[in-house]
Design a protein. Structure first.
Length: 138
């Protein structure tokens, strides 16, 4: 398996995890409207997190690199996804399955960070800027 194939597979897994997080958010949001404020707030949190994960996996604007630089590495993606998976993890049914799947995807991302090496950041910060000439100024 080539590196680019592995990256595509990992991207698909992360999008799948984002869809599971979004589905958990929809379920908790709808269920929490009538039962408790905690379920309602968790539903909104899961919805936002899931949609952001899917969107950032499809397109990652360079303006966000400074704010979410950890997300440009497989380990950072895996840690975030695993943390959200731990929050989703429930005692029964769908939340148990979704939590386990999301945690597993996060762990796979963290492992592949060390096997494949990290993908190159979108912005290479190691490039030094050329100093401005000290001559005449207009």
């Amino acid at each position: 398996m080539t590196q680019s194939t592995a990256y595509i597979i990992l991207n698909i897994l992360v999008i799948m995890a984002g869809c599971f997080i979004t589905a958990c958010g929809i379920y908790r949001f709808v269920n929490g409207l009538f039962h408790s404020i905690i379920e309602f707030v968790l539903g909104i949190y899961y919805l936002l997190a899931g949609v952001c994960i899917v969107l950032l996996e499809i397109v990652f604007p360079q303006k966000l690199v400074n704010l979410f630089g950890f997300y440009t590495y497989w380990f950072g993606k895996g840690a975030l996804i695993s943390l959200i998976g731990l929050l989703i993890l429930g005692n029964w049914g769908f939340f148990l399955a979704a939590g386990i799947i999301v945690i597993a995807v996060g762990i796979v991302c963290m492992i592949f960070h060390f096997i494949l090496g990290c993908p190159r950041p979108l912005v290479n910060r190691s490039v030094e800027r050329k100093p401005e000439p000290q001559g005449q100024h207009a």
